[in-house]
Design a protein around this ligand. Structure first.
Ligand code: C5P
Length: 299
């Protein structure tokens, strides 16, 4: 049986509205996701037992990624197998280009990709609804990695409504030195905003996506986790300032951070902002990507 490879994109949250903590510890969200063209590739093939390997850009090892059964990609394979009576005896290789612990849903992307890849390898032909159900069990951002494009996520972010997008938006991503733990950022959010109102999507922002109006989108992007991420990682303020000074139309923390995202007017302006960020000394690496792009896809 031939190996199966699935390509899966990163996401940026163009709006992340966060409510107060729920009794289950999660937060209700109005989460406007946009999939962008920065990809991980997950390859699965039959093996004597479940095994996981991972390399980063340039085939470098990535010690931060766990290679045991706690890895979301391994959990995805195990859960699909469990539901279909199949031992998850697969070797999963993750070729990572999405920053690790960066607020761009890299781990979620790998889970969605492993699920789609195992479904193809085993010929389980799981329905879209079953795949989405497994994704939601694995994590709040995993369903979006499966569907891609643009979507509004409510509940803890897993209930998705696809959104129409009237164009491509160009982004620059500044990768930080170090990571931020998502639960820690939410805890800091609770400390800073104990009485957060119920979250709601911005009609003006949804309209800007629909019409492809980058200037209105830039004026309406928001991230309620940003004050918490900046409180835990104050140096990100310098990165945001450097991108803004370089002509980005909007600058924000991506999800729970510490990657920062900069919306540019077009491809050429994105390259200018990227060059300025590289020269600023305020980040580890810089990437340019446009979205929306499709979700997890067999290649
Ligand atoms: O769902 P996921 O496992 O990705 O969430 C990671 C952590 O982020 C949760 O344990 C929780 O601390 C926080 N979270 C939250 N509310 C959400 C999504 C995530 O508090 N809607």
């Amino acid at each position: 049986m031939k190996p199966v490879t699935v390509r899966v994109p990163a996401k940026v949250n163009v709006q992340l509205a966060v409510g107060a903590a729920r009794p289950d510890g999660f937060h209700d969200l109005a989460n406007v996701f946009l999939a962008v063209g920065l990809y991980d590739e997950v390859t699965v093939e039959r093996a004597p037992a479940l095994a996981l390997t991972c390399t980063g850009p340039g085939d470098d090892p990535l010690p931060e990624v766990p290679l045991d059964r706690t890895n979301l990609a391994a959990r995805a394979a195990t859960e699909l197998g469990r539901r279909h009576g199949i031992e998850p005896d697969v070797r999963i290789h993750i070729a990572k280009d999405i920053p690790v612990a960066g607020g761009m849903a890299g781990g979620s992307a790998d889970a969605a990709a492993a699920l789609v890849a195992c479904d193809a390898l085993w010929g389980t032909h799981a329905s879209r609804d079953e795949l989405l159900d497994i994704c939601a069990e694995l994590g709040s951002d995993v369903p979006f990695s499966l569907v891609g494009g643009a979507a509004l996520g409510t509940g803890r972010g897993e209930k998705l409504v696809p959104l129409d997008v009237g164009g491509q938006f160009w982004w620059v991503f500044a990768l930080a030195d170090g990571g931020l733990s998502t639960p820690a950022v939410y805890r800091e959010f609770d400390r800073l905003s104990p009485h957060a109102p119920a979250p709601a999507a911005s009609p003006a922002l949804l309209d800007a996506l629909r019409t492809g109006d980058v200037h209105t989108l830039a004026a309406t992007v928001t991230n309620d986790l940003q004050p918490a991420a900046l409180s835990l990682f104050p140096a990100l303020k310098d990165t945001l300032a450097a991108g803004t000074a370089a002509g980005a139309l909007a600058a924000l923390v991506s999800g729970s951070g510490p990657t920062t995202a900069f919306l540019a007017a077009d491809a050429a302006s994105a390259e200018n902002v990227a060059d300025a960020l590289r020269a600023s000394g305020t980040c580890r690496a810089v990437r340019v990507a446009a979205g929306p792009v499709p979700g997890a896809t067999v290649v």
